[in-house]
Design a protein around this ligand. Structure first.
Ligand SMILES: NC(=O)c1ccc[n+]([C@@H]2O[C@H](COP(=O)([O-])OP(=O)(O)OC[C@H]3O[C@@H](n4cnc5c(N)ncnc54)[C@H](O)[C@@H]3O)[C@@H](O)[C@H]2O)c1
Length: 264
């Protein structure tokens, strides 16, 4: 599908990988809805992109009512612009490090931190996607194949080689990997594709405050290139995934062959 003249909802669209995706989609002539809980970042992004083809909707993906309100506003905007919903990029995500047992405090991981990660990364992704899907199903097909939309989900290298302290984060990203095929199978009859991207270490707000020890441990095992990924390298794969109709029900590792090590 060509993104130009279509609307894309990008959760986590005001920072890092989501913002880079919003920039590329916007540049390609798409209308972008930045669905994010960070109001300041939202206003900054709209200042950069302009109001004609970009909209910030403050929303929290852990709240169904909040997502519903954002989808409603998106549909109203679409009625004005005539740019049908082309898809969703579900990039909102959080990471709290925590080992299952903390020897220093002699305590198991807190369930509040596990719940927070699972709720944003897993529940938030499923909730956003399920509420957007009916609007994609209503589309008149965009292509001769009958394509009506595309969902891009964001996993992580941690889904495959989670490090110590990544219990909840790895579990959440493993869930994203596992839901990719059943989602694609559920939606195939409507011409809606699902592609998951699993990045390794990428420059963003999420990784800016990584400890030097953790960053060095990752840099040591990088194959090529020997550096963190750039957000625009992530977004260029999103753009390709949107345009290449044969990509469906699959998980694309975007990691320069790096496999995360066990020891820091
Ligand atoms: N940066 C990396 O190295 C890396 C690697 C693998 C996977 N990822 C994944 O990529 C995605 C994007 O991460 P990033 O690196 O751009 O991080 P980031 O922190 O720069 O951006 C995440 C955005 O999500 C928003 N967000 C968080 N919780 C939210 C909520 N409940 N409701 C609405 N918005 C919310 C934040 O406000 C922020 O704007 C995440 O799913 C992350 O797990 C990142």
């Amino acid at each position: 599908m060509k993104p130009a003249g279509r609307t894309f909802i990008i959760s986590g669209g005001c920072s890092g990988l989501g913002l880079a995706t919003a920039r590329d989609l916007h540049q390609a002539g798409a209308y972008v809805v930045l669905l994010d809980r960070n109001e300041d970042a939202g206003h900054a992004a709209i200042k950069e992109l302009g109001e004609e083809k970009a909209k910030f909707l403050q929303a929290d993906v852990t709240e169904t009512s909040s997502i519903k309100a954002a989808i409603k506003s998106t549909v109203e905007w679409i009625q004005q612009t005539g740019a049908a919903l082309g898809g969703v990029v579900a990039a909102a995500g959080i990471a709290f490090p925590g080992k299952v047992y903390n020897a220093r405090t002699n305590s198991p991981v807190s369930m509040s931190s596990v719940d927070a990660v699972m709720t944003v990364n897993v529940r938030g992704t499923i909730d956003l996607v399920r509420l957007a899907v009916p609007h994609l199903i209503n589309n008149t097909p965009f292509t001769a194949d009958g394509e009506r939309g595309v969902l891009i989900l964001v996993a992580s290298s941690a889904a495959f080689d989670g490090q110590p302290g990544q219990l909840a984060y790895s579990a959440s990203k493993g869930a994203i990997v596992s839901m990719t095929l059943p989602l694609a199978r559920d939606l195939a009859r409507y011409g809606i594709r699902v592609v998951t991207i699993a990045p390794s270490l990428f420059e963003s707000e999420m990784t800016r405050n990584l400890s030097a020890k953790a960053r060095e441990s990752l840099e040591r095992v990088m194959e090529f290139p020997v550096r963190a990924g750039k957000p625009e390298e992530f977004s260029s794969l999103v753009m390709h995934s949107i345009s290449n109709s044969m990509l469906n029900g699959t998980v694309l590792r975007l990691d320069g062959a790096m496999r995360m090590p066990s020891k820091m």
